[in-house]
Design a protein around this ligand. Structure first.
Ligand SMILES: [Fe+2]
Ligand SMILES: [Fe+2]
Length: 298
């Protein structure tokens, strides 16, 4: 059995005074400060919780850890530095670690231009099948034993307008994903597709135009025929699972693993012919699994 820990949206906290002055240009000056001040108070324990998450991963014999982005609040280098340091113990699982960026990691054009996310995180977005990438490192494909494939696509982009935090998977990546899931080396495995944005909310409806995934339907249509698999995501800070009619893989949102009062995660267990997911929560300073919520995925 392979045990996969899915966590997301850890939004590490840094004193705003420690961020470079250029942080407060453009969108950050308008919406960013307000947003950061509002958000920060929910994440003051984020770094300590990541240490608790690493202890949990050890105790639970997690083989592989996956994070679906939003490591920071404002996509600055000091935040990304701190985030990379804080998740470090979680990246040393026996099968390693893989990730995709969230919208807060590529908050504005400067984060993308300076490739700040890639500076620390590119090594966790490498592919075992570089021939299947169509758009930079995406989609990356990781193959584990004979039973598991993980495919990462990026749905995060800068949103210069302060009122908008929507995402889109570039068409090139949708094409690449389509090819990857039908590849002979991938199609017979249990497939975990990972991206930041939620194609559907807990009630089965799409997220709003200003907060959701623009091409959610294209993503769902592409993954619909995966015979055994699931899609994992973050962005919506609430842990949930949802099935979409005519789409094989279940959607699993970890929510935010470190937001006070909302901490969520999933433990996905993959065996040769079966797979299931167990929700996790944070209680009295430690992460725990809620076995009563175990869901069959196949
Ligand atoms: Fe988030
Ligand atoms: Fe997000």
């Amino acid at each position: 059995m392979i045990r996969v820990l899915h966590f997301s949206d850890v939004h590490v906290d840094l004193p705003l005074s420690s961020l470079p002055w250029t942080t407060w240009l453009g969108k950050r000056a308008i919406g960013g400060l307000n947003h950061a001040l509002r958000r920060r108070k929910h994440f003051v324990h984020a770094v300590d919780k990541l240490a608790a998450l690493a202890r949990f991963a050890d105790a639970q014999h997690v083989d592989l850890a996956l994070c679906t982005g939003d490591y920071t609040i404002l996509g600055t280098l000091p935040e990304l530095d701190l985030a990379a340091r804080s998740i470090e113990p979680l990246t040393h699982r026996p099968l390693g670690f893989a990730t995709v960026p969230g919208n807060h990691d590529v908050y504005l054009g400067d984060s993308v231009r300076e490739q700040r996310f890639e500076k620390h995180f590119a090594k966790w977005m490498r592919s075992d099948r570089p021939d299947l990438t169509t758009d930079g490192p995406f989609p990356f494909v990781r193959l584990f034993g004979d039973s598991l494939a993980v495919i990462g696509v990026s749905s995060a982009r800068p949103n210069p307008e302060p009122w908008r935090s929507s995402g889109r998977i570039p068409d090139l990546q949708i094409d690449g994903l389509r090819r990857a899931i039908t590849d002979p080396e991938v199609r017979d495995r249990f497939v975990i597709v990972m991206t930041h944005y939620a194609p559907r909310l807990w009630n089965g409806r799409p997220d709003s135009i200003t907060h959701g995934l623009e091409n959610a339907d294209a993503l769902l249509e592409t993954i619909a025929s995966i015979p055994r698999g699931c899609l994992i995501h973050g962005h919506v800070h609430r842990r949930f699972s949802v099935r979409v009619p005519d789409v094989g893989p279940m959607l699993l949102g970890a929510g935010s693993t470190t937001q006070d009062g909302r901490e969520g995660l999933w433990m996905i267990e993959v065996e040769d012919t079966r797979a299931s997911a167990v929700p996790g929560l944070y209680r009295e300073g430690a992460y725990v699994l809620d076995e009563t919520g175990r869901l069959p995925l196949t």
